[in-house]
Ligand binder design. Structure first.
Ligand code: FES
Ligand code: FES
Length: 166
């Protein structure tokens, strides 16, 4: 199994990492970079807890060999606020982060990082999604606590906040 340096940009910072090329992006983020906000729920692509952005597209880090994303720009939940702040300097948090807290969309919090990354990507693609569109986008994200209702309400609120800010 080959190993070597993999260069990535993670949350805006260039990284050169020594890793097995077959190591997953999830392993590298959590075990080498200490970015444990990205959760390991199943490691088999079934829960959505490991969702990050690869070149701004939401992807499952547990199914992504790090060698396949060399040279890419990775954004994790730890970098979501800073990503938002680049275009909205008055706010340190993405509106979905604020709305999740406001609407009680976080209970144990295990699914939350993946939900936030999926929701923020949805609002970038579709600024005012319908409830159906939200549910479709969250279809691969499991939450054992909330019943999803507060999560959907939070995302709708975040959409309204974003639209007001445009
Ligand atoms: S940890 Fe990746 S989908 Fe569950
Ligand atoms: S808040 Fe506990 S799994 Fe979603």
């Amino acid at each position: 199994m080959s190993e070597g340096f993999v260069e990535l940009t993670v949350n805006g910072a260039p990284q050169a990492l020594w890793a097995q090329e077959s190591a997953t992006l999830l392993q590298v983020l959590r075990e080498i970079l200490g970015l444990t906000g990205t959760k390991n729920g199943c490691e088999t692509g079934h829960c959505g807890a490991c969702t990050v952005w690869i070149d701004d597209v939401p992807r499952l880090a547990c199914l992504t060999p790090v060698g396949s994303v060399a040279g890419s720009r990775i954004t994790t939940v730890e970098g979501l606020g800073a990503w938002w702040e680049e275009s909205h300097p008055s706010s340190h948090y993405h509106p979905v982060q604020t709305a999740f807290v406001e609407f009680g969309a976080v209970q144990c919090g295990f699914c939350t990082p993946g939900m936030l990354m999926a929701a923020a990507a949805l609002l970038r693609d579709e600024p005012l999604p319908t409830e159906q569109e939200i549910l479709e986008r969250l279809a691969g994200h499991l939450c054992r606590c909330t019943g999803y209702e507060q999560i959907v309400r939070a995302i709708r609120q975040a959409a309204l906040t974003e639209v007001k800010e445009l």
